[in-house]
Ligand binder design. Structure first.
Ligand SMILES: C[S@@+](CC[C@H](N)C(=O)[O-])C[C@H]1O[C@@H](n2cnc3c(N)ncnc32)[C@H](O)[C@@H]1O
Length: 189
């Protein structure tokens, strides 16, 4: 499924109010979030990604933040925190820290919305068997090779992991290779 069809999935997801996009990359999702948001903030660590995203979002009021998600502290709260193809890059040891950050970034009643690759993606991407954390090797068009942390989450396992971290999550397949998730902080009974 290419970006246009994946993008249609966003129409079905609860994106509203003040929206924060984590790891926005070149802004292909930022553009789509704009129509759904009262105001929009997009964050990424890479200046070259932000440069492209800023050009794409020129003429809008989108606020951009250059920051490392693992050390960043939100200066306000959001109704929706969105990320696409980011969760799979969060190393397992950082999951708790990351989801704690999300709790601090969410306004009361808000939710986290995310899209990512399913475990079936391993059939078409090369895993690096000897790596200490789940890692994949990518060969780019210029034939350069790059290693990236890539944790392909199984929906039921991720749902129960998030439950143990204090979240109520609903994760549904989009197609054979992708899933979408919605998570809200779990009420303490
Ligand atoms: C696979 S890309 C996804 C980009 C975008 N969400 C999309 O779907 O097109 C992952 C993005 O995460 C960003 N990134 C990687 N590590 C990061 C970190 N520690 N903090 C913030 N952004 C990070 C990269 O710069 C890159 O733009």
């Amino acid at each position: 499924m290419g970006m246009p069809r994946l993008a249609k999935v966003l129409d079905e997801l609860p994106v509203s109010g003040d929206v924060l996009e984590m790891a926005c990359g070149t802004g292909q999702w930022t553009r789509l979030l704009l129509d759904r948001a009262r105001n929009l903030t997009a964050l990424d660590a890479a200046p070259e990604m932000l440069r492209i995203a800023r050009v794409r979002m020129r003429g809008t009021t989108t606020r951009f933040i250059k920051a490392d998600i693992f050390t960043w502290e939100p200066d306000r709260q959001y109704d929706t925190v969105f990320f696409a193809f980011w969760l799979s890059h969060v190393p397992p040891v950082e999951m708790e820290v990351f989801w704690d950050l999300l709790r601090r970034a969410l306004a009361p009643g808000g939710c986290v919305v995310f899209l990512d690759d399913s475990p079936t993606k391993a059939e078409i991407e090369e895993t690096v068997a000897e790596a200490q954390v789940p890692t994949m090797r990518r060969t780019l068009a210029d034939r350069s090779q790059h290693l990236a942390v890539k944790v392909l989450h199984d929906a039921p396992v991720l749902t129960s992991k998030l439950h143990s971290l204090g979240w109520e999550a609903h994760i549904e397949p989009i197609d054979a290779y992708h899933f979408a998730g919605i998570a809200r902080p779990r009420r303490i009974e």
